[in-house]
Write a new protein. Structure first.
Ligand SMILES: NC(=O)c1ccc[n+]([C@@H]2O[C@H](COP(=O)([O-])OP(=O)(O)OC[C@H]3O[C@@H](n4cnc5c(N)ncnc54)[C@H](O)[C@@H]3O)[C@@H](O)[C@H]2O)c1
Length: 253
Protein backbone atom coordinates (compact mmCIF):
# COMPACT_ATOMS: atom_id res chain seq x y z
CA UNK A 1 0.00 0.00 0.00
CA UNK A 2 1.32 3.45 -0.87
CA UNK A 3 0.11 7.05 -0.61
CA UNK A 4 0.27 9.47 -3.51
CA UNK A 5 2.04 12.77 -2.83
CA UNK A 6 1.12 15.20 -5.60
CA UNK A 7 3.93 17.62 -4.74
CA UNK A 8 6.58 14.92 -5.40
CA UNK A 9 5.60 14.81 -9.08
CA UNK A 10 8.40 16.57 -10.96
CA UNK A 11 10.58 16.94 -7.86
CA UNK A 12 14.26 16.09 -8.33
CA UNK A 13 15.54 13.39 -6.00
CA UNK A 14 19.02 11.99 -5.33
CA UNK A 15 19.30 8.62 -3.56
CA UNK A 16 22.76 7.42 -2.51
CA UNK A 17 23.39 3.67 -2.54
CA UNK A 18 20.28 3.27 -4.68
CA UNK A 19 21.26 0.18 -6.68
CA UNK A 20 20.14 -2.48 -4.19
CA UNK A 21 18.42 -3.11 -0.87
CA UNK A 22 16.36 -0.30 0.68
CA UNK A 23 17.93 2.17 -1.77
CA UNK A 24 16.42 0.32 -4.75
CA UNK A 25 13.00 0.48 -3.06
CA UNK A 26 13.52 4.23 -2.61
CA UNK A 27 14.47 4.81 -6.25
CA UNK A 28 11.44 2.85 -7.42
CA UNK A 29 9.06 4.54 -4.94
CA UNK A 30 10.13 8.07 -6.01
CA UNK A 31 9.86 7.13 -9.71
CA UNK A 32 6.34 5.81 -9.05
CA UNK A 33 5.44 9.23 -7.54
CA UNK A 34 6.48 10.93 -10.79
CA UNK A 35 9.71 12.37 -9.36
CA UNK A 36 12.86 12.74 -11.47
CA UNK A 37 15.37 10.43 -9.79
CA UNK A 38 19.15 10.10 -9.89
CA UNK A 39 21.13 7.65 -7.81
CA UNK A 40 24.76 6.91 -6.94
CA UNK A 41 26.28 3.51 -6.22
CA UNK A 42 29.44 1.47 -6.73
CA UNK A 43 27.60 -1.60 -7.98
CA UNK A 44 27.29 -0.68 -11.67
CA UNK A 45 25.62 -3.87 -12.84
CA UNK A 46 22.93 -3.66 -10.12
CA UNK A 47 22.46 0.05 -10.93
CA UNK A 48 21.89 -0.51 -14.65
CA UNK A 49 19.67 -3.54 -13.96
CA UNK A 50 17.47 -1.46 -11.66
CA UNK A 51 17.15 1.25 -14.35
CA UNK A 52 16.04 -1.40 -16.88
CA UNK A 53 13.50 -2.88 -14.44
CA UNK A 54 11.98 0.50 -13.57
CA UNK A 55 11.84 1.53 -17.21
CA UNK A 56 9.96 -1.69 -18.05
CA UNK A 57 7.59 -1.33 -15.13
CA UNK A 58 6.97 2.44 -14.94
CA UNK A 59 8.08 3.71 -18.38
CA UNK A 60 10.53 6.17 -16.79
CA UNK A 61 14.28 5.67 -16.45
CA UNK A 62 16.14 6.99 -13.41
CA UNK A 63 19.68 8.30 -13.93
CA UNK A 64 22.39 6.03 -12.51
CA UNK A 65 25.87 7.41 -11.81
CA UNK A 66 28.79 5.32 -10.62
CA UNK A 67 30.40 6.92 -7.56
CA UNK A 68 32.41 5.61 -4.63
CA UNK A 69 31.04 7.79 -1.84
CA UNK A 70 34.23 7.29 0.20
CA UNK A 71 35.87 9.69 -2.24
CA UNK A 72 34.78 12.92 -0.60
CA UNK A 73 36.38 15.23 -3.17
CA UNK A 74 34.42 13.53 -5.96
CA UNK A 75 31.04 14.08 -4.28
CA UNK A 76 30.41 17.77 -5.17
CA UNK A 77 31.66 17.15 -8.72
CA UNK A 78 29.25 14.21 -9.18
CA UNK A 79 26.34 16.16 -7.68
CA UNK A 80 27.11 19.08 -10.01
CA UNK A 81 27.09 16.71 -12.98
CA UNK A 82 23.83 15.08 -11.86
CA UNK A 83 22.20 18.50 -11.45
CA UNK A 84 23.07 19.41 -15.04
CA UNK A 85 21.32 16.20 -16.13
CA UNK A 86 18.19 16.23 -13.93
CA UNK A 87 18.04 19.74 -12.37
CA UNK A 88 18.60 21.21 -8.89
CA UNK A 89 18.20 18.55 -6.20
CA UNK A 90 15.00 19.06 -4.16
CA UNK A 91 15.33 15.89 -2.06
CA UNK A 92 18.50 14.13 -0.94
CA UNK A 93 18.28 10.67 0.62
CA UNK A 94 21.58 9.69 2.27
CA UNK A 95 20.99 5.94 2.24
CA UNK A 96 24.33 4.27 1.33
CA UNK A 97 26.16 2.29 4.00
CA UNK A 98 28.10 -0.92 4.54
CA UNK A 99 27.37 -3.07 7.58
CA UNK A 100 30.42 -5.38 7.40
CA UNK A 101 31.12 -6.98 10.77
CA UNK A 102 34.32 -5.89 12.60
CA UNK A 103 35.52 -6.56 16.12
CA UNK A 104 37.21 -3.77 18.12
CA UNK A 105 40.46 -5.79 18.01
CA UNK A 106 40.38 -5.83 14.18
CA UNK A 107 39.72 -2.09 13.97
CA UNK A 108 42.93 -0.06 13.73
CA UNK A 109 43.13 3.58 12.55
CA UNK A 110 42.71 2.75 8.84
CA UNK A 111 39.73 0.44 9.41
CA UNK A 112 38.13 2.97 11.78
CA UNK A 113 38.40 5.74 9.16
CA UNK A 114 37.01 3.38 6.52
CA UNK A 115 33.93 2.59 8.69
CA UNK A 116 33.26 6.30 9.21
CA UNK A 117 33.90 7.12 5.54
CA UNK A 118 31.45 4.52 4.26
CA UNK A 119 28.77 5.03 6.92
CA UNK A 120 28.88 8.68 7.99
CA UNK A 121 31.10 11.18 6.18
CA UNK A 122 29.44 11.00 2.75
CA UNK A 123 26.10 11.92 4.37
CA UNK A 124 27.70 15.22 5.42
CA UNK A 125 29.49 15.88 2.14
CA UNK A 126 26.43 15.09 -0.02
CA UNK A 127 24.30 17.35 2.21
CA UNK A 128 26.89 20.11 2.00
CA UNK A 129 26.97 19.81 -1.81
CA UNK A 130 23.19 20.10 -2.30
CA UNK A 131 22.51 22.77 0.35
CA UNK A 132 23.52 25.98 -1.53
CA UNK A 133 21.10 25.35 -4.43
CA UNK A 134 18.36 24.28 -2.00
CA UNK A 135 18.90 27.52 -0.04
CA UNK A 136 18.73 29.54 -3.24
CA UNK A 137 15.35 28.05 -4.13
CA UNK A 138 14.18 28.35 -0.49
CA UNK A 139 13.31 24.71 0.11
CA UNK A 140 14.75 21.22 0.28
CA UNK A 141 14.44 17.99 2.24
CA UNK A 142 17.44 15.94 3.36
CA UNK A 143 16.78 12.49 4.80
CA UNK A 144 19.66 10.74 6.54
CA UNK A 145 19.83 7.05 7.39
CA UNK A 146 20.73 5.73 10.83
CA UNK A 147 20.05 2.25 12.27
CA UNK A 148 18.45 0.67 15.34
CA UNK A 149 21.70 -1.28 15.76
CA UNK A 150 23.26 1.60 17.70
CA UNK A 151 20.24 1.75 20.03
CA UNK A 152 20.37 -2.04 20.57
CA UNK A 153 24.16 -2.22 20.88
CA UNK A 154 24.59 -5.16 18.50
CA UNK A 155 27.98 -6.96 18.52
CA UNK A 156 30.87 -6.55 16.02
CA UNK A 157 29.62 -3.26 14.59
CA UNK A 158 31.43 -0.62 16.67
CA UNK A 159 32.47 1.64 13.78
CA UNK A 160 29.11 1.26 12.02
CA UNK A 161 27.13 1.98 15.20
CA UNK A 162 29.33 4.96 16.08
CA UNK A 163 28.63 6.37 12.60
CA UNK A 164 24.90 5.67 12.91
CA UNK A 165 24.76 7.47 16.28
CA UNK A 166 26.75 10.38 14.83
CA UNK A 167 24.15 10.81 12.09
CA UNK A 168 21.56 11.78 14.72
CA UNK A 169 23.81 14.63 15.94
CA UNK A 170 24.70 15.68 12.41
CA UNK A 171 21.01 15.85 11.49
CA UNK A 172 20.23 18.13 14.42
CA UNK A 173 23.20 20.41 13.67
CA UNK A 174 22.38 20.78 9.97
CA UNK A 175 18.64 21.26 10.63
CA UNK A 176 19.59 24.18 12.88
CA UNK A 177 22.15 25.69 10.48
CA UNK A 178 19.94 25.44 7.39
CA UNK A 179 16.41 25.83 8.81
CA UNK A 180 16.38 29.55 8.02
CA UNK A 181 16.97 28.65 4.36
CA UNK A 182 13.88 26.42 4.27
CA UNK A 183 15.91 23.19 4.27
CA UNK A 184 14.55 20.38 6.43
CA UNK A 185 16.89 17.64 7.72
CA UNK A 186 15.58 14.45 9.32
CA UNK A 187 16.80 10.95 10.09
CA UNK A 188 15.10 7.63 9.38
CA UNK A 189 16.11 4.80 11.70
CA UNK A 190 15.29 1.42 10.12
CA UNK A 191 14.89 -1.73 12.18
CA UNK A 192 15.61 -5.20 10.75
CA UNK A 193 14.69 -4.85 7.09
CA UNK A 194 14.93 -8.13 5.14
CA UNK A 195 16.94 -6.99 2.14
CA UNK A 196 18.76 -9.54 -0.03
CA UNK A 197 22.13 -8.69 1.58
CA UNK A 198 20.75 -9.24 5.10
CA UNK A 199 19.26 -12.59 4.10
CA UNK A 200 22.39 -13.67 2.18
CA UNK A 201 24.95 -12.64 4.79
CA UNK A 202 23.57 -12.23 8.28
CA UNK A 203 19.97 -13.32 8.99
CA UNK A 204 19.19 -17.04 9.29
CA UNK A 205 15.54 -18.25 9.38
CA UNK A 206 16.00 -18.71 13.15
CA UNK A 207 17.22 -15.11 13.48
CA UNK A 208 14.21 -13.86 11.56
CA UNK A 209 11.81 -15.80 13.80
CA UNK A 210 13.51 -14.31 16.87
CA UNK A 211 13.34 -10.79 15.41
CA UNK A 212 9.63 -11.13 14.73
CA UNK A 213 9.10 -12.39 18.25
CA UNK A 214 10.80 -9.21 19.56
CA UNK A 215 8.90 -6.86 17.21
CA UNK A 216 5.42 -5.69 18.28
CA UNK A 217 4.31 -6.34 14.70
CA UNK A 218 4.76 -10.01 13.75
CA UNK A 219 5.68 -9.67 10.11
CA UNK A 220 8.70 -9.29 7.83
CA UNK A 221 9.74 -5.68 7.24
CA UNK A 222 10.89 -4.83 3.71
CA UNK A 223 12.40 -1.88 1.86
CA UNK A 224 8.97 -0.55 0.83
CA UNK A 225 8.08 -0.08 4.52
CA UNK A 226 11.02 2.30 4.90
CA UNK A 227 10.29 3.98 1.56
CA UNK A 228 6.83 5.02 2.80
CA UNK A 229 8.39 7.02 5.66
CA UNK A 230 10.96 8.58 3.32
CA UNK A 231 8.23 9.69 0.87
CA UNK A 232 6.39 11.36 3.75
CA UNK A 233 9.54 13.21 4.85
CA UNK A 234 10.33 14.23 1.27
CA UNK A 235 6.84 15.63 0.67
CA UNK A 236 5.59 19.02 1.84
CA UNK A 237 2.98 17.18 3.96
CA UNK A 238 5.79 16.93 6.56
CA UNK A 239 6.72 20.61 6.14
CA UNK A 240 6.78 21.26 9.91
CA UNK A 241 9.06 18.27 10.63
CA UNK A 242 12.78 18.87 10.89
CA UNK A 243 15.68 17.87 13.18
CA UNK A 244 13.85 14.64 14.12
CA UNK A 245 14.43 10.88 13.97
CA UNK A 246 11.72 8.51 12.76
CA UNK A 247 12.01 4.82 13.66
CA UNK A 248 10.61 2.23 11.22
CA UNK A 249 11.12 -1.08 13.03
CA UNK A 250 7.75 -2.71 13.66
CA UNK A 251 8.19 -1.91 17.34
CA UNK A 252 11.56 -3.61 17.86
CA UNK A 253 13.17 -1.02 20.18
N1 LIG B 1 18.59 -3.59 6.09
C1 LIG B 1 18.50 -3.33 7.38
O1 LIG B 1 18.05 -4.16 8.17
C2 LIG B 1 18.92 -1.99 7.93
C3 LIG B 1 18.78 -1.78 9.30
C4 LIG B 1 19.14 -0.56 9.84
C5 LIG B 1 19.64 0.45 9.02
N2 LIG B 1 19.77 0.23 7.70
C6 LIG B 1 20.32 1.33 6.90
O2 LIG B 1 19.54 1.50 5.73
C7 LIG B 1 20.38 1.90 4.64
C8 LIG B 1 20.24 0.91 3.50
O3 LIG B 1 20.58 -0.37 4.00
P1 LIG B 1 20.47 -1.68 3.11
O4 LIG B 1 20.22 -2.79 4.05
O5 LIG B 1 19.59 -1.46 1.95
O6 LIG B 1 21.99 -1.81 2.61
P2 LIG B 1 22.59 -2.65 1.38
O7 LIG B 1 23.95 -3.04 1.78
O8 LIG B 1 21.64 -3.70 0.95
O9 LIG B 1 22.67 -1.52 0.24
C9 LIG B 1 23.55 -0.45 0.38
C10 LIG B 1 23.85 0.12 -1.00
O10 LIG B 1 24.90 1.09 -0.83
C11 LIG B 1 25.89 0.85 -1.81
N3 LIG B 1 27.21 1.27 -1.34
C12 LIG B 1 27.97 0.70 -0.36
N4 LIG B 1 29.15 1.31 -0.26
C13 LIG B 1 29.15 2.32 -1.18
C14 LIG B 1 30.10 3.29 -1.58
N5 LIG B 1 31.31 3.36 -1.01
N6 LIG B 1 29.76 4.15 -2.57
C15 LIG B 1 28.56 4.08 -3.17
N7 LIG B 1 27.62 3.17 -2.85
C16 LIG B 1 27.91 2.29 -1.87
C17 LIG B 1 25.85 -0.66 -2.05
O11 LIG B 1 26.44 -1.03 -3.28
C18 LIG B 1 24.35 -0.93 -1.98
O12 LIG B 1 23.72 -0.77 -3.24
C19 LIG B 1 21.79 1.97 5.22
O13 LIG B 1 22.07 3.29 5.62
C20 LIG B 1 21.73 1.05 6.42
O14 LIG B 1 22.69 1.37 7.39
C21 LIG B 1 19.44 -0.97 7.13
Amino acid sequence: MTASYHDLKGKTVLVTGGASGIGASLVRAFCAQGATVGFFDIDDSAGEKLCDLIEQELAVRPVYMSLDLRNQDAIPVAIGELATRIGTIDVLVNNAARDDRHSPAQTGPAEWRERLDVNLSHQFFCSRAVAPAMAEQGHGSIINFSSVSYLMGLPDLVGYETAKAGIIGMTRALARDWGRDGIRVNTVIPGCIMTQRQLDLWITPEDEARIQEQQCLKRRLIGEDVAQMVLFLASDVSSACTSQSFIVDGGLV
